[in-house]
Ligand binder design. Structure first.
Ligand code: NAI
Ligand code: MG
Length: 488
């Protein structure tokens, strides 16, 4: 077992600073807050507690930067800078992955994968920077009309704790490609990697003010950022509840918001499915990152004829997963915080009530006395109306329902307010595509899970959010279309 992880003892500098206008400085109030290592429950580091005053300074710096060298370089040069940033991050991969693992709890191999994903995201967007083209509009011989794609200006990026650097790059990458400037508000549970990102920006030569980081609490720094009149676009990933607050704030300022709010993602498994493949995928989909994934495969909708066999196999595979500190590189780390531990174990306790059955796991692994560890857990024989069937648990918990007809499966899949991702496992292409057509979700994955990458748009419908990230649509979030008409 890994001993206590103290950031200083590990040689990881405790930041205690914000990053504003290219400089690392304390919050104006001098306040800091603790971030905890969830595998030991010990304080890992102190971060600066930014508030509205700091947000004002950061937004002012970002606004100045929209008129500085960042505006005057060519899009190709902007792209080269983002490529350089990707290279710098890759060069610091181990240090960043370690910090992410300590701060969030995730296994080191997952953190390394996250850093590689960040690099791929930045490179995708870097390559697009000089390919963002407007259109010519046919209005007849007496007019020439065309569109200019212009940077949206200062953009706010409110980031969750499950993929601190990954979610940061998912929105900051395209914002930079579009020529925007940015103010980032990391989650209070995981503020450290954003400061490493800031250091990489300095090393890569990103001009001061283009990227700013204000660590702090959602209700303070986050809310101030949403309300700031000079912020011209907001990208938020997190809970539905906070998403509604952010959207209301955006509405007051009449600014666009992209919201990614999670899901309770249905996976329909039909009798003709390749169950071996489905078990491997769902194991990762439900328990990867300890289930703290917006697109986790958390709601299994199983045909009655394969229900027991599938769950037997899934439980058997889950029993072989190892749980432990992220630095020990087990399959599952702890969940991120005491609050999330309480929330997830509360759902598991509910799952044991009202006829539902704890099919696998459900407790703290016996060998782990401290830390926010939860075994991979499977709940079945549960009513679709049960709270564990309906609400996003955001922990290593899969809930299984059963169906007899396709109509029932579709109704179950569409029965919740969420609509982020859905999955279908079947050998019949017609069945797969019928379900892909009929399921209400932003993404449908057939015979696979976590299909996609930085090129493929993602986002939710209904309560799962507004707008799309990644791919070329993800860059459009950071551009304004200006129409220019000339009478000849
Ligand atoms: P949250 O939605 O409160 O936090 C996400 C981000 O929003 C953080 O950076 C936070 O500081 C910020 N924030 C909080 N209140 C704000 C406000 N009033 N104005 C502006 N920004 C604000 O999520 P929380 O409480 O950490 O987690 C609760 C649940 O949310 C989880 O159990 C999970 O179900 C869901 N969640 C979903 C995520 C996803 O990937 N879609 C990511 C994180 C959480
Ligand atoms: Mg919160």
């Amino acid at each position: 077992m890994t001993a206590t992880h103290d950031a200083a003892a590990l040689g990881i500098e405790t930041p205690r600073t914000l990053f504003i206008d290219g400089a690392f400085e304390a919050a104006a109030s001098g306040a800091t807050f603790e971030t905890v290592d969830p595998s030991t429950e010990n304080v890992l580091a102190q971060a600066a507690r930014g508030d509205a005053t700091d947000v004002d300074r950061a937004v002012a710096a970002a606004k100045r930067a929209t008129r500085g060298p960042w505006r005057d370089i060519t899009p190709a040069e902007r792209g080269r800078m983002i490529f350089r940033l990707a290279d710098v991050i890759l060069a610091h991969k181990e240090e960043i992955a370690r910090i992410e693992t300590l701060d969030v709890g995730k296994p080191l191999k997952e953190s390394r994968g996250d850093v590689e994903g960040v690099v791929a995201t930045l490179r995708y967007n870097a390559g697009a920077a000089d390919k963002l083209e407007g259109a010519t509009i046919p209005l007849g011989r007496s007019v020439i009309d065309f569109t200019l794609l212009e940077s949206a200006g200062v953009t706010a990026h409110i980031v969750p704790w499950n993929y601190p650097l990954g979610m940061l790059a998912r929105s900051v990458g395209p914002a930079l490609a579009a020529g925007c400037t940015t103010v980032i508000k990391p989650a209070e549970q995981s503020p450290l990697s954003a400061m490493l990102f800031a250091r990489c920006c300095v090393e890569a030569g990103i001009p001061p003010g283009v990227v700013n980081v204000v660590t702090g609490f959602g209700e303070e720094a986050g809310a101030a950022l949403v309300a700031h009149p000079d912020v011209r676009g907001i990208t938020f990933t997190g809970s539905v509840e906070t998403g509604r607050l952010v959207y209301a704030g955006a509405a007051r300022g009449l600014k666009p918001a992209v919201l990614e709010l999670g899901g309770k993602n249905p996976v329909i498994i039909l009798p003709d499915a390749d169950l071996d493949r489905a078990v491997v995928d769902i194991l990762d989909g439900a328990f990867g990152n300890s289930g703290q994934v917006c697109s986790s495969s958390s709601r299994l909708i199983l045909h009655r004829s394969i229900h027991d066999e599938f769950l037997d196999r899934l439980a058997e595979a889950a029993s072989r997963l190892t749980v432990g500190a992220g630095l020990d590189d087990c399959d599952l780390g702890p969940v991120v915080s005491a609050e999330q531990y309480g929330r997830v174990t509360g759902y598991i306790a509910e799952g044991g009530r009202n006829g539902a059955r704890l099919r696998h796991g459900g407790g703290r692994p016996k060998h782990l006395g401290r830390g926010y560890f939860i075994e991979p857990t499977i709940i079945d024989r549960v009513d679709p109306s049960h709270v564990v069937s309906r609400e996003e648990i955001f922990g290593p918990v899969a809930v299984a329902l059963s169906f007899d007809t396709m109509a029932e499966a579709t109704a179950l899949a569409n029965g919740l307010g969420y609509g982020l991702v859905a999955g279908v496992y079947t050998a019949d292409i017609g069945t797969a595509l019928t379900l892909a057509r009929d399921i209400e979700a932003g993404s449908v994955w057939i015979n696979g899970w976590f299909i996609g990458g930085q090129q493929a748009p993602t986002g939710g419908i209904k309560d799962s959010g507004i707008g799309r990230e990644r791919g070329l649509p993800g860059i459009m979030n950071y551009l304004q279309i200006k129409n220019v008409g000339i009478r000849l």
